[in-house]
Design a protein. Structure first.
Ligand code: PLP
Length: 395
């Protein structure tokens, strides 16, 4: 049946036609409960009325205009997005279409900032072991996992990988050749691993002292996923004042319409000038309208508090099972990972056959990224399917 796509995804066997809320329907009319949100994209679920209306109205008015001009919608979106990220000191934004593209922008900012101030030889970027930053040649190079450094070389030069949580190693790594430190507040693809807050604060201090740009990849953890608008907020509040210089966002930002954003704080906001960067589709009015609709709903204290509450409910239920396969539960908000000590793929297949869409993060970790609009009853329903599947797995 699938003869026309390149074979780049290990796909689960379902072909979907439509969705509403946290339910999807496949070509045979079978219904599924969604614990994946399109890998943290469909944060408002499927067919959310406010998002549908915003997209439809904007589509009828103006879908695209070149970035040589502005649109009223993109202007408003940029202002609202920067305001949403102002808690961590962001001052302006460049809009693209994806996470990898946002991280490419971050790398360019760090390198140009350093080159202009210190000259050549200080172009390296440190990332964490186990990180994931994208699939372009540069963001693969930024990704701190050897398995992503095969087959496509030569990769972009100038990335070093340091162990998460080890401040002495970071201190040694920032040796005068490094211009940026790029980290995920919660590592997503490698198993939902939250960054240690004490490490994050110490790293921020060190970066500030050595004038290394501190950059957070919030592509999976941002837009409310952790229960805060940005996952890095918990590292940056309080009185120490160490804020990131650059933040990248994508995935959930426009609820399913492609958009990516690289935001910059005071130090980095004027680094990219005319002709330094660009993107044909980046932040077009359609994406901006969808982004505005998402922000207007998600970036509200009560809505974010509900994400945190639902995440706690999910975590407490999983812990309460005391299931022999549930070895460790990690994460924040509605971004949770559960180590099951056995191959996750058959669990995903069995869940799907029983009508539950689940993801893994690494070979033995189940990943929970449900839409924020999931109800308590839907959480219970999905968990009861998962439990019945885990009960039938032989370790
Ligand atoms: C933390 C992180 N960074 C970057 C990316 C790449 O985003 P995209 O697939 O939109 O290029 C992802 C995607 O999973 C991600 O989780």
């Amino acid at each position: 049946m699938n003869d026309y796509f390149m074979n780049t995804y290990h796909r689960l066997p379902a072909v979907f036609t439509e969705g509403k809320g946290c339910r999807l329907t496949d070509v045979d009319g079978k219904r599924y409960l969604d614990f994946t949100a399109g890998i943290a994209v469909n944060c408002l679920g499927h067919g959310h009325p406010a998002l549908v209306q915003a997209i439809a109205e904007q589509a009828a008015k103006l879908v695209h205009v070149s970035n040589y001009f502005l649109s009223d919608t993109a202007l408003a979106f940029a202002e609202e997005l920067v305001a949403a990220c102002s808690k961590v000191g962001m001052r302006n934004v460049f809009l693209g279409n994806s996470g990898a593209e946002a991280n490419e922008g971050a790398v360019k900012i760090a390198r140009k900032y350093s080159l202009a101030k210190y000259g050549p030889g200080r172009h390296r970027i440190a990332t964490l072991k186990g990180s994931f930053h994208g699939r372009t040649i540069t963001t693969l190079a930024a990704t701190g996992q050897d398995r992503f450094h095969q087959d496509f070389g030569p990769f972009t030069e100038g990335f070093i990988y340091i162990p998460s949580g080890d401040i002495a190693a970071l201190e040694k790594a920032l040796d005068g050749t490094v211009c940026g430190l790029l980290m995920e507040p919660v590592q997503g693809e490698s198993g939902i691993r939250p960054l240690d807050p004490a490490y994050a604060k110490a790293a921020a201090k060190l970066c500030a002292e050595r004038d290394v740009l501190l950059m957070y990849d919030e592509i999976q953890s941002g837009v409310g996923r952790t229960g805060d608008f940005l996952g890095c907020e918990i590292f940056t509040d309080g009185k120490d004042g160490f804020k990131p210089d650059v933040v990248t966002i994508a995935k959930g930002l426009a609820g399913g319409i492609p958009v990516g954003a690289v935001l910059a704080g005071d130090k980095a906001k004027d680094v990219l000038g005319v002709s330094d960067h660009g993107s044909t589709f980046g932040g077009n009015p359609l994406a901006a309208a969808a982004g505005r609709a998402v922000l207007s709903i998600v970036n509200q204290p009560a809505f974010l508090a509900e994400i945190a509450r639902k995440g706690e409910k999910l975590r407490a239920a999983l812990a309460g099972w005391k299931h022999p396969l549930v070895a460790e539960i990690r994460g924040r908000g509605l971004m949770l990972g559960v180590d099951i000590g056995t191959d996750a793929w058959p669990v995903l297949e069995a869940c799907l056959s029983k009508g539950l869409m689940m993801l893994s993060a690494g070979p033995r970790t189940l990943r929970f990224l449900p839409p924020y609009v999931i109800t308590d009853a839907e959480i219970d329903e999905g968990l009861s399917i998962l439990k019945s599947v885990l009960d039938s797995v032989k370790k």
